[in-house]
Every structure is written in structure tokens, then in C-alpha cells.
Design a protein around this ligand. Structure first.
Ligand code: LLP
Length: 873
């Protein structure tokens, strides 16, 4: 039907006068453009829930209050609309009352009556609505008519429906073939605006049936298809589909364009804004579907159509579906047994339950049930478990949540999700499945874990995305949500390099910056070191110079009273050059030749041993010396397995069962153990108690074995925010925990720290000019002048470094590309799948948080010099 636009308004959009005025305004503006609005409405917000609970209460004779609440909801609205309630919705109110009364007498409710009562919600809202819109003096006066949806939507009868009355009456499906007859009827009307109900239809015998919860979207889609509308608009209280549920993740971004396939997947995977069933009718009719926001009609929202931008393989959103029960079926009997699955699946079928995902092993089959497709209640599941018991030991696990990464061709980018999947490190995964449609990968986890997980995943996947053709503003930007919803503080601060952009670009243009340039901010270095020096319960800070051994940085730190920690003679020499005072230098060699211990003693620095071998085999060398011992408390921590430095798989430290022997060797060879040391790993962000726990461990060993110990060196490992969305480590908490330790042990021990990364990471950036751009199949590459020869962390640890186009910092991102260097290795990638603006040869990319373990881990690989270094004063 030419010019027909189907608009659907949900419960909140029809609940107040203001909202109805809004509908009026929208309809009038479409009329003005020569379009015919066909409006599908839900029941007034909250009414469906009240109606749903009414009959079960009536059976117990406890429905009076509920009836009153239903009446009151409509009374309030009718009063606001200046309408006489009795005049418009008396028949429905009476019907509800009669059925409830009947149920209280017969003490039973049939699905047919249930459907009848529920349908009153939509009938009442639309009757009040049409009366309001037609009022004298209104812009639509004389131009609005009411249609009963049941005259047009006919439920399709199915075998399943015939067997299962609940399904027949409460979860019906309808045909949606275009109907010229209906189109002609609507077109012939004098009134150009039509109002009808969502959610309800009728069966072949004329009984009222429902389309299931969320069925108003589906009704609207059916009407759009039947009327061959030019578009369907779903008006709701969010402006579209987002990269995650914005109520969980306020930095979620609007998805401006989606294909039917993607929208379907998102809706099925839990995005509540659309009901999954509503996509099929519009897809078949190729009718564009717009999701619009009632409170912000000026926004374009999300458009779902066949013309969605094709951006290749990309995760578009993270969705969660909660309330998912898992059914685990365990039996040895299924091993090599024919028909086990057929039997158990038949049981699900006979209970009318649809299975969503399946995982199998030789003795166990676990399935998840989709709460949207199934009317799940405790009773239904108990009955299922009882029936399954004849085949296996069946039990229910949950409630669980399915967290899905959604996007087309997801398999093509699975390998890039490596760092992202680290978010699962702390979450037990019950099930993983990858859809055969190649549109999602889903992880089933405990429901209580889901929200945190989604936030972490979102930060990793979308943290550095900016607006472009496909991806819009964040929820926060749209709604200006001011509340702190728990995102990291660093998300909110402007990074130093943004403020210093001009100076950095100038520097990057210099001849001596060719091949890449590390640039360090003095201000940021000072800030980091000052914050460590201010820790009340830390007696000494030894900067671990392996993180960055730039002499000027070391001098700056030295002047601030910081000591050094070294792991090689080269580092010791450098530290001595700067400080001149060996008593301020720690030397911690590991599997080093024995000559290095001699070297250390000659230089007068403080040696730490982390193996008994030198003591057992070369004990005399240590006679008369004061040494520290590095212990292994048994459990490593850190941002990657390569940097967890405790536990049996780690080569570092003495295990507990070697300590008695260490004490014995000290007696035998006449050396004194004056300090104990522990370093459990690097990049620790989440557990500020780590250092105090290690202090407790060391103090216990000192008490047991080493009476001369004065120093507990708690190592480094203090993490910094690398991935967007990480929450910074609270130094205040680290200090507070150490304070608790000191409260227990008084002044008996000095506490030393050996931070490396914390002092320098955020102060450094790597600048590199773009050399070449390339597209290959679905992949796009941005080449820069240096790669893993300057920064190996992404290749070695899958480390994430934020990357921006500094030359076009505030331009919208336009594409997704891998940022690669010039080294002859496929692993020479600085960042995978980054969203960047249109980028040109000669632009300067900035790779952030590279002050630590950047230059010091660089190499001459391919004989390409690594990036040079500059310090910004
Ligand atoms: N003390 C000892 C004994 C260490 O082994 C280390 C680091 C530190 C202190 C300093 O740790 P930090 O505060 O920087 O986490 N290349 C890896 C880090 C390896 C750290 C090795 N040891 C990375 O780029 O993440």
C-alpha cells in the first residue's frame, strides 16, 4: 500500500498524555508528507503483567486488589487524556471482572480465557488512544480510525498448537502474506491514520489468541508485510540496537545500520529492543525496519535493511541472555549406544521444550534451553528432569547467562579474539558454541558473572571505537548519563598525549624520528614516581630498570630518591653510572654464570639469589656476604602467562621445601640472609592485596628459617591500564594493605618495592608514520614504519596498546584495519581490528602506553633499527 508506514509504540509510549501527544505529533508529521500511519500499540505499561497475574490470583480468590490496580492504571491515563473511562473501555473492564470472578468460582483457568483477558490490555490502550487522538481540536481530529487486529491477523494452526493449547492460545504465529483486500480496505477509509493492537490475533474459530510476550513487535511486522508498507518503525524507549545492553554498559554505542540477518541474531541472542520473531516478515517483504526513540524523535536510531553497510568480518555487538537453565545429562550408558540422543531429545519434545545449544562428550550431554522460546517455570523443568531420569542422571545447572559476540563471518576473526578471550580467565565457562550461521560465538557462564564479563569484553572490543557510518554515539553521549556507572577513571581523563598533540606531531616529522620514535613525558614520569614515593608503608622504591633504562629517566628517578633494581651486569653498570652508590642497587641475576655473582660482590651491590645451586656448588664465594633470597610463594599473577613468575612452571624463586637447606648452607658457608624477596608476576591490576599477602608469606618464612632478615622486598608487578575499560590499580589500597601488615609486625621489617612498569608505561608513546595501506579480501592493513622490532609486546603477549591516528585525532573512524610493521613476520602486528579514520600515507599513528618494556625489548631484527627515543620536558 503506497505510502503506508507501520509504527509500533510499546507500553511506556502509550502510558501518559505526553506520550500520546508525541504519537499525535509523529503521526501528523507523516500525514503532512502524504504518508498513511498505521499505528500498532501495546497495553499501558505494567498492565500486561497485572493481567497475567490476575487469573492465578483469582483461582485463589485473591484478585480484588489486582482488579483495582488494573482499573486505576487506566483511570489515571483516562483522566490525563480527559476522557470518561466508562464510555470507552467499560466492556473490557467488565469482561476482565467476569472472567476473574468465574475463575475464582471454578478454580481453574483455561489458556483460552487467559488469552481473552490478556487481550484486553491492548484493546483498552488503543480505545483510549483513538478517543484522545480524535478529540475535537486535536490535529488528527476526524482523521483517525480504530481497527481490531483480530479482524486481520489470523493464527496459523500447527500440529504442535493442536496438541498444546497453551502454545495455541498464548504463543501463536500468523500468516503475513501481502493482502490486497486489507490494503484496499484501509486505503478506502476517509481517516488516514489507523490505530490497532499489537500482541493479539484470532484463530480459525474466531477465538482470541496471543503472539507471546514481546508480540507487539511481531504484530507490527505482520501488518507491515500484509500492507506492503514502505517501512516499519518500532518506537521504544531506546534509540536502537547497541554494541551491548546500554543499561549494563553505558559506553555501548548505537549501531546505525544492520542487516536483517545481524538484527535477527542480536534479537535472538538477547537484545531486548526487538523481538526476534518480528524480523522474518519484514525481511521477506524487504521492508526497512527503523528503531526509533520516543523521547528523542530527532535521532535516526538503527535501520535494519537489506542495504546494511558491509564492513567485512567484525564483532558488531555483545549480547547477553540470562535466566538460561542448562540441563546436564550424564550416563556411562550412552557410550557407543545407538539412539541415546534420540530418546532424550524426544523427551524434550514431549515436554514442549525447545533446545538451544548442545555440548556433548562420551558420557555427558549438556543442553541449554532458550527462555524466550520456552515457557519455563520450575514445574516444567522438574517434570522434564523426572522424565529424563529413565535414560540418565539429569540435573539442572544455573541460572546461567549466554554471552555472545555477534557479527557476520565471525569465524574469520576468531584468531584475533585471543586477547579478548583472556577476559574469561576468571570466569568458569560451562559451554562454548559457535553458530553454524557464522554469526555468533557464545559462552555460557554463571549468571552472576555475566555483567562484569560483558563490560570487560565491551571495553576490549569497542573501547577505542569512535563514531562512523556504522557505529554511532555512546548511550552516555545520547542520554548524557552523568552518573558514574563504574567505568575506569582513565576512560574519563584526557590522556597527556592528546594535550601534547602539536608537540608530538612536530617531533614525529623530524628526520631523526624516522623509523619510529618513542616519546616520554617528563610530567607523567614524575607523577608516577611521586605517587610511589608517597606510599606511607613502603620504605624504599627500587625502580626495575628493565622496564626502561633511558639514562635521563633514571637520573630523574634517582633525583627523586628512587633506588634501582637490576638483572644483569649491563644494568648494574648503568645504575652505578647514574647513582654511584652500590648500596642503593639491587642485583637479581637468574640462571646467570657464577662469574656474575663475583661481579656483584666486587661492585658492592645487594645480591639476590633465587636458586640453591650457586650456594651448594660455590658456597665459599658467599662467605661473609649479606644476601637476599628470592622465594616462590607458589602462585603467580600477571597480565599473561609469560609474566607470571611463581608456581612450579616458573623458573624463578626457591620453593618452600628448599628453605631449611638454604638456612643450613648459610651456617655452613658463613653468609647472612638479611632480606627475602618475592615477585609473583607483572601487570597486576585487580588485586591490591597482593603485596601485603606476599609480605605475610615472607615474614612467616623469616620467622621460621631466617632470623637475620631485616628487609622484605615485595618485588614489582604493579599494573597500569592498557586496555580501555580496565580499572586502575589503587595505590592507596596497596598501601592500606601494607599498613595492615605493618600493624601486625611493627618495625621488624623494612618493606621495599621494585616497580618497573608503573613508573614509566603511561608516560611513553610510540609514534610511527604510515607507510602503506592495503586491502586483501576482507582484511585491511595499515603499514607503519616500525613494528615488532620496536614494540614486541603485542606479538609476544597479545598485549593491547591503544592506537590512534594522531594526525586525524578527532575525525570519525571509517574502517577497521590491522596495524602492521615492516618486519618479515606475519606476527608483526601492533594492533588487530582497530577502528580508525580514513588514513593516508604520512599520517602519524600513536601507540599508547609504551613507556615500559618497549625500547628495552626492541631488537635489530631484519637489521631495522628500532625507534629512537625523545623526552618531552
Ligand atoms: N622485580 C623483578 C624481580 C622482576 O622480575 C620484575 C619484572 C620487576 C621487579 C618489575 O616488574 P613490573 O613492575 O615492571 O611489572 N616484559 C613484560 C614484563 C616482564 C617483567 C619481568 N620482570 C611486559 O612487557 O609486560
Amino acid at each position: 500500500m503506497k505510502g503506508c508506514v507501520v509504527l509500533k509504540f510499546g507500553g511506556t509510549s502509550v502510558s501518559t498524555r505526553e506520550r500520546w501527544e508525541n504519537i499525535e505529533k509523529i503521526a501528523a508529521s507523516y500525514l503532512e508528507k502524504g504518508e498513511h500511519p498505521f499505528i500498532v500499540c501495546s497495553a499501558v505499561s505494567g498492565v500486561s503483567n497485572l493481567l497475567e497475574a490476575l487469573l492465578p490470583l483469582a483461582v485463589k480468590g485473591e484478585h480484588a486488589e489486582q482488579l483495582d490496580a488494573i482499573y486505576q492504571k487506566h483511570k489515571v491515563l483516562a483522566d490525563a487524556l480527559e476522557l470518561d473511562l466508562e464510555e470507552y473501555i467499560k466492556p473490557e473492564l467488565e469482561l476482565i471482572q467476569r472472567v476473574a470472578h468465574g475463575a475464582s468460582l471454578t478454580q481453574e483457568v483455561s489458556p483460552r480465557l487467559h488469552a481473552m483477558v490478556m487481550s484486553c490490555g491492548e484493546l483498552m490502550s488503543t480505545k483510549l488512544g483513538v478517543a484522545f487522538l480524535s478529540r475535537e481540536g486535536g490535529v488528527l481530529h476526524g482523521n483517525v480510525s480504530w481497527e481490531d487486529a483480530r479482524d486481520h491477523l489470523r493464527a496459523v494452526s500447527t500440529q504442535e498448537g493442536e496438541r498444546n493449547l497453551t502454545r495455541h492460545y498464548l504463543s501463536a504465529r500468523c500468516g503475513f502474506e501481502p493482502s490486497k483486500e486489507m490494503q484496499a480496505k484501509i486505503e478506502a477509509k476517509e481517516e488516514k491514520v489507523t490505530i490497532t493492537q499489537g500482541f493479539i490475533a484470532c484463530d480459525s474459530e474466531g477465538h482470541t489468541v496471543l503472539l507471546g510476550r514481546g508480540g507487539s513487535d511481531t504484530s507490527a511486522a505482520y501488518f507491515a508485510s500484509i500492507l506492503e508498507a514502505s517501512r516499519l518503525e518500532i518506537w521504544t524507549d531506546v534509540p536502537g540496537m547497541f554494541t551491548a545492553n546500554p543499561r549494563q554498559v553505558p559506553s555501548a554505542r548505537l549501531l546505525k545500520k544492520l542487516s536483517y540477518k545481524e538484527a535477527q541474531e542480536l534479537a535472538s541472542m538477547g537484545a531486548k529492543v526487538l523481538h526476534p520473531r518480528c524480523l522474518d516478515p519484514v525481511k521477506q517483504g524487504q521492508i526497512p525496519l527503523h528503531i526509533r526513540c520516543t523521547q528523542q524523535p530527532e535521532l535516526d536510531g538503527t535501520v535494519v535493511s537489506a542495504q546494511a553497510a558491509d564492513v567485512g568480518a567484525q564483532v558488531k555487538a555483545i549480547s547477553t541472555k540470562s535466566g538460561i537453565p542448562l540441563i546436564s545429562m550424564e550416563t556411562l550408558g550412552m557410550w557407543h549406544q545407538v539412539g541415546f540422543l534420540a530418546d532424550v531429545f524426544q523427551t524434550f519434545k514431549s515436554h514442549g521444550l525447545s533446545i538451544d545449544q548442545v555440548a556433548t562428550s562420551e558420557t555427558n550431554v549438556t543442553v541449554s534451553l532458550d527462555p524466550v522460546a520456552n515457557a519455563l517455570d520450575g514445574k516444567a523443568l522438574d517434570a522434564l528432569l523426572k522424565s529424563l531420569a529413565q535414560f540418565c542422571h539429569a540435573k539442572r545447572i544455573g541460572p546461567c547467562a549466554a554471552v555472545s559476540l555477534v557479527g557476520q563471518n565471525i569465524r574469520a576473526i576468531l584468531h584475533k579474539l585471543g586477547p579478548v578471550l583472556e577476559a574469561f580467565e576468571e570466569h568458569h565457562i560451562y559451554m562454548v558454541s559457535q553458530s553454524s550461521s557464522d554469526l555468533n560465538i557464545t559462552f555460557v557462564v554463571a549468571e552472576s558473572q555475566a555483567e562484569r564479563l560483558v563490560r570487560e569484553l565491551h571495553a576490549m572490543l569497542f573501547g577505542d571505537v569512535t563514531q562512523d557510518e556504522l557505529i554511532g554515539a555512546t548511550w552516555r553521549e545520547i542520554f548524557e548519563v552523568k552518573k558514574d556507572l563504574g567505568e575506569s577513571a582513565s576512560d574519563r581523563l584526557t590522556p597527556w598525549w592528546e594535550e601534547q598533540r602539536e608537540a608530538l606531531l612536530e617531533l614525529a616529522a623530524r628526520e631523526d624520528a624516522r623509523g619510529g620514535a618513542y616519546v616520554y613525558s617528563t610530567q607523567k614520569l614524575v607523577q608516577a614516581v611521586d605517587s610511589l614515593r608517597e606510599l606511607e608503608h613502603v620504605d624504599r622504591v627500587h625502580y626495575a630498570i628493565k622496564a626502561n633504562a633511558h639514562p635521563e629517566i633514571m637520573r630523574l628517578f634517582h633525583d627523586k630518591g628512587v633506588c634501582f633494581e637490576c638483572v644483569s651486569p649491563g644494568e648494574v653498570e648503568r645504575a652505578l653510572e647514574i647513582s654511584g652508590d652500590p648500596s642503593r642497587i639491587l642485583f637479581t641475576p637468574n640462571f646467570a654464570p657464577i662469574s656474575e655473582y663475583t661481579f656483584g660482590f666486587e661492585k658492592g651491590v645487594q645480591l639476590t639469589l633465587d636458586n640453591l645451586h650457586p650456594l651448594r656448588e660455590h658456597g665459599e664465594l658467599f662467605r661473609g656476604q649479606d644476601i637476599f633470597l628470592r622465594l616462590d610463594p607458589g602462585l603467580g599473577k600477571g597480565h599473561h602467562k609469560h609474566v607470571k613468575t611463581a608456581g612450579p612452571q616458573s623458573k624463578f624463586g626457591l620453593s618452600r621445601d628448599e628453605l631449611a637447606e638454604a638456612a643450613e648452607l648459610a651456617g655452613k658457608f658463613g653468609f647472612t640472609i638479611t632480606g627475602l624477596h618475592v615477585h609473583v608476576g607483572s601487570g597486576i591490576l585487580k588485586s591490591p592485596e597482593t603485596w601485603a599477602e606476599n609480605a605475610l608469606f615472607l615474614a612467616e618464612q623469616a620467622d621460621k628459617f631466617f632470623k637475620d632478615v631485616k628487609v622484605l622486598d615485595l618485588g614489582g608487578g604493579l599494573g597500569v591500564v592498557e586496555k580501555p575499560g580496565d580499572r586502575p590499580l589503587s595505590l592507596a589500597l596497596v598501601d592500606e594493605y601494607l599498613g595492615k601488615f605493618k600493624a601486625l609486625h611493627g618495625d621488624r621489617f623494612e618493606l621495599w618495592l621494585e616497580p618497573g612498569r608503573y613508573c614509566v608505561a603511561e608516560a611513553g608513546v610510540l609514534l610511527a608514520e604510515v607507510t602503506q595501506i592495503k586491502r586483501k579480501g576482507e582484511h585491511a592493513y595499515i603499514g607503519v614504519e616500525t613494528g615488532m622490532n620496536s614494540l614486541i609486546r603485542p606479538s609476544l603477549y597479545g598485549a593491547y596498546h591503544h592506537i590512534v591516528n594522531l594526525s586525524r585525532l578527532h575525525e570519525p573512524s571509517a574502517w577497521t584495519a590491522d596495524i602492521v610493521g615492516p618486519i618479515c613476520e606475519s606476527g608483526d602486528v601492533l594492533g588487530y581490528s582497530r577502528r580508525l579514520p580514513v588514513t593516508k600515507e604520512g599520517d602519524v599513528l600513536l601507540i599508547a602506553t609504551t613507556g615500559a618494556y618497549g625500547k628495552t625489548m626492541s631488537s635489530l631484527y631484519n637489521l631495522r633499527p628500532s625507534a629512537s627515543e625523545f623526552i618531552l620536558s
